[in-house]
Design a protein around this ligand. Structure first.
Ligand SMILES: Nc1ncnc2c1ncn2[C@@H]1O[C@H](COP(=O)(O)OP(=O)(O)OP(=O)(O)O)[C@@H](O)[C@H]1O
Ligand SMILES: [Mg+2]
Length: 333
């Protein structure tokens, strides 16, 4: 880690499908600030605008409409029986949302503020798939430009590698980092901090919510609340909501493990690891009870050309990506 003067001029930013998280160094620790990455449109009135201002809720006014952003919009969506809108879908700028850039600029300007002299920021980007590489370029360049407009010196970092920066310093940044998020799962195999293999899968938290909603007739929000508050991953359940969440959770894990088998199948491209490598997992979707154990079982049963040491869940799974990007900014990669 670099000296204090440099460290205080760095920020880390997780640009997630579900949440934006800003990390900054404060004395000897890191401080995190998260916002739900969602917004809602409300009819304009001076009273509504005044109320939002008083409550400290981010918003912009567009003619007869107010676009309100962040943590509190789910409350409004419930009261108004409306749906929240998302600037990001499956890890990337949402092509179906015309206000995505405007809402992200509003949120990033408010959360990050103007850069101090020479201040660095590093933000997370997902891995693309072979058929959407150009979408990742658009996503990466656009967010870079929003942050450069705020005068930051900007870098981006693969989300799986961010997990390794945050969690595997003790292993000299060698191992597997996997983030199980809302829009996707991001996987990185790194050797001494260098990414060897990165890939993503689109089956993550949103996939569980929407797929389970479809087969149970419940709303995705009902599924998500059940999943976050009481679900436990442990085999067949006679309760249809539990059973649907279990099936799609197994599918999420299976997609990552199959992806690993495929991505690592060409042994010639792999470095020689002299000992079993650790696996660090993070992200909101990794928080369900029983998840780590189930994933470990599947990874150990997989046909992988590398030996696996422990599989550990990050201490603070919702802030791990932000922490990794902050470390990357401070190390000035
Ligand atoms: N306790 C919990 N149990 C299960 N799932 C949870 C829990 N808490 C949050 N989640 C789920 O985690 C997901 C959000 O995770 P996270 O904040 O890591 O995603 P993100 O970084 O915004 O998205 P992505 O990395 O895919 O772009 C949502 O699907 C949410 O429902
Ligand atoms: Mg994430």
């Amino acid at each position: 880690m670099s000296n204090k003067a440099t460290a205080s001029k760095a920020k880390g930013l997780d640009v997630g499908t579900s949440r934006l998280v800003l990390a900054r160094p404060v004395e000897n620790t890191y401080q995190y600030e998260g916002q739900l990455n969602a917004f809602i449109s409300l009819p304009y009135s001076r009273m509504t605008a005044g109320m939002l201002r008083r409550e400290g809720i981010l918003f912009s006014v567009e003619g007869s409409t107010i676009l309100a952003y962040g943590n509190r919009v789910e409350e409004f969506a419930n009261i108004l029986n409306g749906e929240t809108r998302r600037p990001i879908r499956t890890g990337l700028l949402n092509p179906a949302e015309p206000k995505s850039l405007q809402m992200l600029e509003l949120a990033l300007t408010k959360m990050c503020g103007k850069a101090q002299d020479g201040e660095k920021i590093c933000f997370s980007i997902p891995s693309g798939s072979p058929n959407n590489q150009s979408d990742v370029i658009y996503h990466e360049r656009t967010i870079t430009q929003i942050l450069e407009k705020l005068s930051y010196s900007v870098k981006s970092l693969n989300e799986g590698l961010a997990v390794i920066y945050a969690e595997l310093e003790r292993a000299s940044f060698t191992g597997l980092g996997i983030s199980f998020g809302g829009g996707m799962c991001n996987v990185c195999l790194a050797y001494l901090g260098l990414p060897v293999v990165t890939f993503s899968t689109p089956q993550a938290g949103d996939y569980v919510d929407y797929s389970a909603s479809s087969v149970t007739g419940q709303t995705p929000t009902t599924i998500r609340l059940h999943k976050e508050e009481q679900f436990q991953l442990n085999g067949f359940s006679g309760n249809n909501i539990e059973q649907a969440i279990t099936v799609y959770y197994n599918d999420m894990i299976r997609a990552v493990v199959t992806g690993l088998e495929k991505a690592l199948s060409d042994r010639r491209k792999l470095p020689k690891f002299d000992k079993p490598i650790p696996v660090a997992i993070s992200g909101g979707s990794a928080q369900v009870r029983g998840f780590r154990q189930h994933l470990e079982k599947e990874i150990r049963a997989a046909d992988l050309p590398i030996a696996i040491a422990e599989v550990s869940l990050a201490e603070d799974p919702l802030n791990t990506t932000a922490k990794g990007t902050l470390m990357a900014a401070m190390l000035d990669m």
